[in-house]
Ligand binder design. Structure first.
Ligand SMILES: C[S@@+](CC[C@H](N)C(=O)[O-])C[C@H]1O[C@@H](n2cnc3c(N)ncnc32)[C@H](O)[C@@H]1O
Length: 289
């Protein structure tokens, strides 16, 4: 018997828990999530054990319920799907989207007429994060649009599809360094940067932020998660130029106090601005000499 290439998990969710569940499924290795009205459908390669996955997801949903999210029980269904179903299913869910005042993201396979004052990012995300549909990406692009007003040296940590590096390039950044620990994401970012003619002044590679210990940046962009951000905060601080800005997201609102306490310990970083979108928070920190 031929094993199907993918399986899907379908979970009934409420609007307030949608992003947290989608983010968790990505962390578990999902290659893509469809966010529908009352449910999430996440796709996984069939190498993962379905029973273990079911247990882990159920434990996570129990935790969310304990935190007060109103999730139904008996809400989780796993089915195997063929490879071609996955491709077409997933592509159907990726539509052009306006993610900020100036930026629209569209898949490479969609046609779109846009006005001359709008930047269009074309994207084939493959298996990387960053189609522009997630609230944290939108927070990052909205901050970037406001803080990148003149050519600056930019670091994009956890570039995913390359979406922030491409946006920075379109906003006329100076040099951009974009990195990701996931080589699959770096391949997707490289292809997307080429599609968007965003390769000049760009250095893109697979690796950890610690590889950049002496290079100073005016803007550091990091849409990661709480644990990686807490672990990397001192390093980000050391990588910032005098008066440089650090733009962060990937942090849940409920985690924000813990992250703020960590900022306070770094006396030369000042919290400049914060924005909440859905259950996610983004911060702009400014270095004070
Ligand atoms: C939430 S996605 C952000 C993608 C894109 N920058 C965006 O804003 O939509 C986080 C990315 O960070 C990468 N990542 C996680 N830990 C990292 C680390 N320590 N150093 C570099 N990249 C990391 C992941 O592989 C993933 O592609």
């Amino acid at each position: 018997m031929i094993m199907p290439d993918w399986f899907q998990i379908r979970i009934r969710v409420t609007l307030d828990s949608m992003d947290a569940v989608a983010n968790y499924l990505f962390e578990l290795g999902s290659c893509g999530c469809q966010e529908l009205e009352n449910e999430i459908v996440a796709f996984f390669p069939n190498q993962v054990s379905k029973s273990e996955m079911k247990e882990e997801v159920e434990a996570y949903l129990d935790n969310l319920r304990d935190l007060g999210f109103k999730l139904a029980t008996n809400h989780l269904e796993i089915t195997e799907i063929a490879d071609r179903d996955w491709n077409s299913e997933w592509k159907k869910s990726f539509k052009p989207i306006r993610i900020s005042e100036k930026f629209i993201v569209k898949p490479t396979w969609e046609k779109l007429d846009s006005s001359s004052d709008t930047f269009v990012i074309e994207m084939d995300p493959k298996q990387a994060f960053g189609t522009g549909h997630h609230a944290t990406t939108q927070i990052m692009v909205q901050f970037l649009e406001r803080y990148l007003t003149s050519p600056k040296r930019i670091l994009d940590v956890g570039t995913g599809t390359g979406i922030l590096a491409i946006a920075a390039h379109k906003l006329n950044a100076g040099d951009i360094v974009a990195i990701d620990v996931d080589p699959v994401a770096v391949d997707a970012a490289r292809e997307n940067c080429q599609i968007n003619s965003a390769t000049s002044g760009l250095l893109l590679f697979a690796g950890e932020v610690s590889a950049l210990s002496t290079y100073p940046f005016d803007l550091v962009l990091a849409n990661l998660n709480k644990l990686v951000i807490l672990r990397s905060l001192t390093l980000f601080n050391n990588l910032l130029n005098q008066r440089g800005h650090l733009i962060l997201s990937g942090i849940l609102v409920e985690e924000s106090n813990e992250v703020k306490e960590a900022f306070l310990k770094l006396s030369d970083l000042e919290l400049f601005e914060e924005v909440i979108k859905e259950e996610w928070i983004g911060f702009v920190l400014k270095k004070n000499p």
